[in-house]
Design a protein around this ligand. Structure first.
Ligand code: CUA
Length: 229
């Protein structure tokens, strides 16, 4: 999760988020190079003394400064497309989780396991535990196995919500009447926090998401305990 003074991206907890961070750094590096070059040129313009009074055209330089930026953009476009298709790929998921956005909480269904289902509400500030996180902790966490491909289906019951977990690189809109799909792979155990990120009404800020990533045998224990109830 994001802690104090963390202005950048959170540490990744999935291979896709790792790739997204690599792409971010790559794009930022190109951006810095362009900014430095253009900044230098604009600065040097102040010292221009207009000696070429009869200069009317420059075919060569026009060709260069048209084609060169186009080539530079390709160095962003191709990695971006690669990532786009990588994020969309479904790799034989072992667990499917359905999350439904409501005003203003999430509800979850484990459709593979006799439809285990529950609601997940934010814990109000006056009820929060001493070690809890304000506006971020929920009463019922999602439990998912680590080192497994997880498919997530997102939809909504009333207005558009967005199921967003920064550390996993997941951000999918839940739209009434539609079922959106994505997938991720959590590569370490722990708690991963997210929030709704589609302005969905008065309590938009108060429908967080918490994933509890556990080893597979713990997950099997958890799911079989919930099957009976
Ligand atoms: Cu749900 Cu914003």
């Amino acid at each position: 999760m994001s802690t104090w003074a963390n202005l950048g991206l959170q540490d990744s907890a999935s291979p896709l988020m790792e790739q997204l961070i690599f792409f971010h750094d790559h794009a930022l590096l190109i951006l810095v190079m362009i900014t430095v070059l253009v900044g230098y040129l604009m600065f040097m313009l102040f010292f221009n003394n207009y000696i070429n009074r009869f200069l009317l055209h420059g075919q060569l330089i026009e060709m260069i400064w048209t084609i060169l930026p186009a080539i530079i953009l390709l160095f962003i476009a191709f990695p971006s497309l690669r990532l786009l298709y990588l994020l969309d790929e479904i790799n034989e998921p072992s667990v499917t989780l359905k999350s439904i956005g409501h005003q203003w909480y999430w509800s979850y269904e484990y459709s593979d396991f006799n439809n285990v289902e529950f609601d997940s509400y934010m814990i109000p500030t006056n009820e929060i535990a001493n070690d809890g996180f304000r506006l971020l902790d929920v009463d019922n966490r999602i439990v998912l196995p680590m080192n497994s491909q997880i498919r997530i289906l997102v939809t909504a019951a009333d207005v558009i919500h967005s199921w967003t977990i920064p550390a996993l690189g997941v951000k999918v809109d839940g739209t009434p009447g539609r079922l959106n799909q994505t997938n991720f792979f959590i590569n370490r155990p722990g708690l991963f926090y997210g929030q709704c990120s589609e302005i969905c009404g008065a309590n938009h800020s108060f429908m967080p998401i918490v994933i509890e990533s556990v080893p597979v045998n713990y997950f099997i224990k958890w799911i079989s305990n919930n099957l009976n109830s």
